[in-house]
Design a protein around this ligand. Sequence first.
Ligand code: GLV
Length: 327
Amino acid sequence: MKAKVIISDIIRRQIIDYIRTLLEDIAEVISLSDWRSIGSLQIIRDADALIPLHERIDENLLSEARRLKIVARLGVGYDRIDVEACTKRRIYVTHTPNVLSNAVAELTFALMLCLSRRMIEADRYVRTEWAKAGRPTLPLREDLAGKTLGIIGLGRIGTEVARRAKAFKMRIVYYDKVRRKNVEEELGAEYLSIDELLSTSDFVSIHVPLTPETTLLIGEKELRRMKKTAYLINTSRGLVIDEKALCRALEEHWIAGAGLDVFSREPLPLDSPLVKMKNVVLTPHMGTHTVETRRLMASMVAEEIRRVLTGKAPLNLVPEQRGIRFN
Ligand code: GLV
């Protein structure tokens, strides 16, 4: 009998089909919605592998999944997976680092450019007013060259952002739990305390995983430290920022604006104050949403599942499980 792999049905159909093709010789891949419902839990009971996107994998779900050998997340962040509970049950947890760093770094720059050159407003202007005005009437905007980019979290994605910042001729400063001497040497990035970074940067971009330590890392105190002319970019997790404090900061102009791909609640409710603000650019948690990146992530996920189902150790275990062998 073939193994059973359950995949989140929020994942795009073409990616589910691709994973299905990659695993078809050894597994049946079933796409499933609402993993908490009684019907879904009954199906999860027979699963050998799970591929979650945003689904929460906790003790409750794991206690039903008696055959489960691996949770292979399509994505790098694994804040919705209870790794400790998986480890206790000898279930591997893997993720897809590296292959998505370019895509997220590109989106980070897209948000920065949208803010510095007001691209959204400019597009609307061409469609409605430019011809009537007869000459350009939009105010002059800002260069990225010469500005300071403060990167909070100089890991894989933060480093790709720094590489692009160098090409854009920006000054790069960063804060991280650990010094990244190699990146300092490669890109001339300067290490600062988080307070110094906030008070000197023209753009602050967040690239940390969501952990108890980083939850609400940026609150009122931090936002008030930023320059009035500075922009905040977040492509990591919404809960790293105190969103209520951010809304006040944007409404009362403590900062100039924000580019946000992630939110404390997703999808972002239409009655969120952010929706009406002019000084923000909003995208729907789409850092990794490119054809190339999603296919690479899908291949990684399929490879990890194949390895575990054929008795090999997975390659990209989450840090808490590194070096562990269950099968
Ligand atoms: C996206 O949010 C990811 O975790 O890869």
